[in-house]
Design a protein around this ligand. Structure first.
Ligand SMILES: Nc1ncnc2c1ncn2[C@@H]1O[C@H](COP(=O)(O)OP(=O)(O)OP(=O)(O)O)[C@@H](O)[C@H]1O
Ligand SMILES: [Mg+2]
Length: 588
């Protein structure tokens, strides 16, 4: 996430931002807080009552007022039972709260993902993004469902115990609190030291997932090239890095617990001895000393616990930072102020004037590129692999923005058209055909919500895929798997052609639309396509030049510019680049 503006934001910022996710669930939060306070306060009464019971028995040995003792015992049991019941209900409430927050976070992330420019996905491994949506959000969920409330509970316990300590013996509490509080600056120092380690731990996990995703999706290639060893080694390396980061973060954070424990135990022992001395001198009752020791345990306990929770919170804050940095990725630039809506799409002559574009600064793919495609004509773009044909499509659709120059449709700069309306204007069949998991019918009807069964069948017939679909046991209702592995590449392309057929637009982009189809089928589709292309402005990109011979205009892309243009026969006569490309194909 190199360009995220989020990166520098600190822990407080992240917590405040997470807090915003709690605002909509405030009633539940309020209930949780009330239960938290009640259950902890009731719990705090227990040591005091136990001290009272000890005194009730110890100070009147021989003449114990059992009625009083049982009254206190009953009271204590009541406190314990109610407090436990409330803490159970609290945990249920917190789980719910954590889920609500996860839901809202995932919703926001997904909404943001859908607004990010295409270039973002070109730059980031899918595995890393998924790691943020799944793993990091889960970590945050844990924070809400346990850690955060535990911190609050600890705070109440510490504050309550402190009051009780002072109430029982101001002198003793000064000594013991001073000793116990020593561990606080130590804890603080540790937090600052450990935080970057937890951030690194999350980042390494993301990298590991990125590599896993990349390798798993390419398992057949891995097998074919028999590169299992290097792939395993690469994953192993990431695996080790992730584990090392994990270990380092945990090792450095776990030292806090025992250290704080040690300080606490020393302080408690000192407290007990001093308490005993006070008791012998009659300055304190036995029950008072007992309550005091119990309260100092309560006071010290959370400090130790906080040390443990902090390591969890560290992970969580790091996870939240990664999640927020994803949410803060800049969305696609909004439409400019002069932009206008074309709800039915825009259509007309397509012109590019002096367009210069580079994916990476310094390596221009298009340089002072010009083209002029009259409305309703079929324009073919040919050129060697990597010449920039798909790049032209990316610019036409505004997946990327040209740095210099202007592309216009019907004399309107495409920057002055709402992006949605611009994209609505084109039907596309892309180089790698994309199908989603769902039925074949849904896949074909994807771009046209009003399509009827007849329309879908007509489109499938035009794309020469109808017969194949009927041969499937479930016909049009055949489910396409997540990875659409039950359908060949060529069949996939034909389905996407049928989809484009159904999309009612005036402009059409075919980028290697038939590259995976045999020559016979291709010829038949080309004939059928002519019907589809009638009256539409079409951009056809094809390596097999035989399919574009009938184009109204053929443009040869070379060195970022149109080097030649004309009809097939004109270009053949010119005996230039096109002639050479064509001759080379026919020699083969
Ligand atoms: N997302 C990207 N980031 C950086 N460089 C890219 C990106 N996409 C393409 N390129 C580079 O831009 C150049 C043109 O790519 P483009 O996809 O437009 O070629 P093409 O003419 O469509 O090739 P093909 O015939 O193989 O489809 C290539 O050199 C490629 O390396
Ligand atoms: Mg291409």
């Amino acid at each position: 996430m190199s360009k995220s503006p989020e990166k520098k934001k600190g822990v407080i910022y992240v917590l405040l931002r997470l807090w915003k996710y709690l605002v909509p669930v405030w009633p539940l939060l309020l209930v949780c807080v009330i239960m938290l306070i009640c259950s902890n306060l009731l719990d705090l009464a227990v040591p005091f009552l136990s001290g009272k019971i000890i005194d009730a028995i110890g100070e009147n040995i021989g003449a114990v007022d059992f009625k009083e003792v049982f009254r206190l015992l009953g009271f204590m049991a009541g406190c314990v039972i109610v407090s436990s019941a409330m803490s159970y209900l609290l945990s249920l409430g917190l789980i719910r709260l954590g889920q609500e927050v996860s839901y809202a976070l995932r919703k926001d992330i997904f909404e943001r993902l859908s607004k990010l420019p295409v270039s973002f996905f070109d730059r980031h491994p899918v595995g890393d993004i998924i790691s943020r949506v799944c793993y990091d959000v889960d970590t945050i969920n844990t924070t809400f469902s346990t850690d955060l409330m535990q911190v609050c509970a600890s705070f109440i316990t510490v504050a309550g115990s402190l009051c009780m300590l002072i109430f029982l013996s101001p002198l003793l509490s000064v000594i013991i609190v001073a000793a116990l509080t020593v561990s606080i600056p130590f804890t603080n120092w540790q937090i600052r030291r450990i935080h970057p380690l937890f951030k690194k731990r999350s980042a390494k996990l993301g990298e590991q997932n990125g590599v896993a995703e990349e390798s798993i999706t390419a398992m057949n290639t891995v097998a074919a090239f028999r590169v299992e060893e290097p792939v395993i080694a690469r994953y192993e390396e990431k695996n080790i890095e992730a584990i090392e980061a994990y270990n380092e973060a945990e090792a450095k954070s776990r030292i806090m617990g025992p250290t704080v424990n040690f300080i606490n135990n020393m302080a408690l022992s000192a407290g007990s001895i001093l308490g005993a001395i006070l008791c012998i001198n009659g300055k304190m009752s036995l029950g008072g000393v007992s309550s005091f020791v119990l309260y100092s345990r309560k006071y010290a306990g959370p400090i130790r616990e906080i040390a443990n929770i902090i390591s969890d919170l560290q992970t969580s804050v790091a996870a939240a930072q990664r999640v927020f940095s994803l949410m803060d990725e800049l969305p696609e630039a909004p439409d400019c102020d002069e932009a206008l809506g074309y709800p039915d799409g825009i259509y007309g002559e397509v012109k590019a004037e002096g367009v210069t574009f580079a994916y990476e600064p310094g390596t221009d793919i298009l340089k002072d590129f010009n083209m002029d495609v009259p409305a309703g004509s079929v324009a073919a773009i040919v050129g060697t692999t990597g010449a920039g044909k798909t790049t032209i499509v990316n610019l036409l659709m505004r997946f990327y923005e040209a740095e210099k120059g202007k592309i216009s449709i019907r004399d309107t700069d495409i920057r002055h058209v709402f992006k949605n309306d611009l994209r609505r204007s084109f039907a596309m069949v892309l180089q790698d055909a994309w199908l989603f998991s769902g039925s074949i019918y849904d896949n074909i009807a994807y771009g046209n919500h009003n399509a009827t069964m007849e329309d879908v069948v007509a489109a499938a017939k035009a794309a020469h895929i109808h017969r194949f679909i009927l041969s499937l046991p479930d016909g049009y209702q055949t489910q396409i798997g997540d990875d659409s592995s039950n359908i060949s590449k060529g069949q996939k392309q034909l389905i996407t052609i049928a989809r484009a057929w159904l999309t009612e637009t005036h402009m059409l982009i075919l980028d290697e639309a038939t590259s995976n189809v045999d020559t016979d089928t291709e010829r038949e589709i080309t004939i059928a396509m002519r019907k589809l292309m009638q009256g539409k402005t079409c951009f056809v990109i094809a390596h097999r030049l035989s399919t574009i011979q009938n184009a109204d205009i053929i443009m040869v892309l070379d060195k970022g510019k149109i080097a030649e243009k004309g009809t097939h026969s004109e270009l053949m006569r010119a005996k230039g680049l096109y002639y050479n490309l064509y001759a080379a194909q026919f020699r083969n």
